[in-house]
Design a protein around this ligand. Structure first.
Ligand code: ADP
Ligand code: MG
Length: 188
């Protein structure tokens, strides 16, 4: 599914990724561990084509990411959902609207959006918060909204960049349990 071979990435003089190699098979969960500044986010950004890389190979479903056209990159990103430490929700939009956003970008019908968003909110346990704004949610609830949004386009992979760093231990447990559940039920 994802195959990284001897990947190198440099910012100006600084070599950030120095020959990274690993494989991720479908349905697998892989954790990347390292101190702050060791290049974890950079690696994820290389996987979804947000960063370029110099040497080595990085393929997603057999396609070399740095050789993809703009259009192919868009397709790739559809297949790679992503969540972040600070949730990255739009504060002015409701929970429903945040989750609906990727579907609107891809011109899904209103009826389809309504159905998919409500299914996703059920999945993450937030159906009753559909009209709430992010500021009225707890950290854990915000991350649940972000997870629902990341799953909206039915990705094959969910990239999680320190998805629980901003959360307390109990909330962390519940978010990790949700991610495991998604992995097992949806084979993401
Ligand atoms: P991590 O996510 O493991 O904390 P990062 O991937 O964010 O690490 O950063 C790895 C290194 O690359 C750091 O030294 C950081 O300063 C540097 N870096 C990250 N992004 C950029 C950028 N856009 N330009 C220059 N240097 C960067
Ligand atoms: Mg990081």
């Amino acid at each position: 599914m994802i195959e990284v071979k001897d990947l190198h990435k440099t910012f100006k003089q600084q070599e950030v990724l120095k020959g990274i190699s690993f494989k991720v098979e479908k349905g697998e969960t892989v954790s990347i561990i390292g101190p702050s500044g060791s290049g974890k986010s950079t690696l994820l950004r290389c996987i979804n084509g947000l960063e370029d890389y110099r040497d080595g190979s990085l393929t997603v479903e057999g396609q070399e990411v740095k050789d993809l056209t703009e259009k192919e990159i868009r397709e790739l990103r559809k297949n790679l959902g992503m969540i972040f430490q600070h949730f990255s929700l739009l504060e002015r939009k409701t929970v429903f609207e945040n989750v609906a956003l990727p579907l609107e970008c891809f011109k899904y019908s209103k009826a389809e959006i309504e159905k998919r968003v409500m299914n996703l909110l059920e999945l993450v346990g937030l159906a009753d918060k559909r009209d709430a704004k992010p500021r009225n949610l707890s950290g854990g609830q915000k991350q649940r909204v972000a997870i629902a949004r990341a799953l909206a386009l039915e990705p094959k992979v969910l990239l999680c960049d320190e998805a629980t760093s901003a959360l307390d231990p109990n909330t962390t447990k519940s978010i990790l349990a949700l991610l495991q559940d998604i992995n097992e039920k949806m084979n993401i």
